[in-house]
Design a protein around this ligand. Structure first.
Ligand code: SF4
Length: 277
């Protein structure tokens, strides 16, 4: 069998990961939701969490999207340095998204930023595709459909190095100001350091991290403070505002301290597929 990966494999893989991400909440997210539901002391919050879990089960059983906002498809593609491809990988992903939009179906979410003219689910820079080069000859495609309600509550601020002690307060205040708008319980992805744009990318990767990866002390401290705000599931009050705080770091310029916060809603959709070269 040939080691060459062909365009049609990528198109089919994109449809497959999008279908899985949109219809099946990842196991670690579902477990986290069940665990907070069982611990929740507020009866309204417990009802909200039960409704979220029931909705996720129904979506999986019937293979339909778990939320009407099927999001912006954000792709992270690990390309093996020895992978053999002779086509435009990004274009193949766009073709896969266009087909998935019809077949799953997905809500056509792409519009021109100023005219608001809708172009389906593809457009200039849409979907968002990020490439990393890794050892080997495989291609791993991960998709994270990102809902507008949660994305809109994301914030980036350029601190000066002398303001380092304000970073924790900034993270808590961002979640507090977001309130119920990002459909809690949320995952708080934080990117600290890098450049302006790098910190935002780190924050998104932090929001993508599995929830069963243990937290460090700072992540745990922030999670406890956020949950003491009492915003609760869907903003109706309760013990559970966030499921997790994940922080990614990068070294930054001596005069800079970028901090980005990317908020993910309860519909923390993600799925991956590996094409073997
Ligand atoms: S923020 Fe998430 S759960 Fe809320 S409407 Fe958007 S995609 Fe759906």
């Amino acid at each position: 069998m040939s080691d060459v990966i062909v365009e049609n494999q990528v198109i089919k893989a994109v449809i497959q990961v999008l279908r899985q991400a949109e219809t099946e909440l990842p196991g670690d997210v579902l477990s986290a939701l069940k665990s907070v539901r069982d611990r929740e002391s507020n009866p309204i919050a417990r009802t909200q969490l039960s409704a979220i879990i029931k909705n996720a089960d129904f979506a999986k059983e019937n293979v339909i999207p778990m939320c009407q906002d099927t999001g912006v498809p954000v792709f992270f593609v690990d390309v093996g340095r020895e992978a053999m491809i002779n086509f435009d990988l990004e274009e193949a992903i766009r073709k896969g998204v266009a087909r998935a939009t019809e077949e799953i179906p997905l809500r056509p979410n792409a519009v021109h930023p100023l005219t608001r003219e809708n172009s389906g689910n593809v457009g200039v820079g849409f979907p968002d595709v990020n490439f990393d080069f890794v050892p080997g000859k495989n291609i791993k495609i991960t998709v994270m459909p990102k809902g507008g309600g949660a994305e809109n509550m994301s914030v980036l601020r350029m601190f000066t190095p002398s303001e380092v002690d304000d970073v924790k307060h900034f993270i808590i205040e961002t979640v507090k100001n977001a309130g119920g708008k990002p459909c809690p319980p949320i995952i708080v992805g934080v990117g600290i350091g890098g450049t302006f744009d790098k910190s935002a990318r780190l924050a998104k990767k932090a929001a993508l991290r599995r929830l069963d990866v243990p937290s460090d002390d700072l992540e745990q401290e922030l999670l406890e403070e956020i949950n003491s705000l009492g915003i609760g599931p869907m903003g109706l009050g309760g013990d559970t505002t966030a499921l997790k705080v994940n922080i990614e770091y990068a070294h930054c310029h001596v005069a800079s301290l970028p901090v980005a916060i990317n908020i993910q809603c309860w519909a923390a959709r993600r799925a991956s597929v590996t094409l073997e070269g």
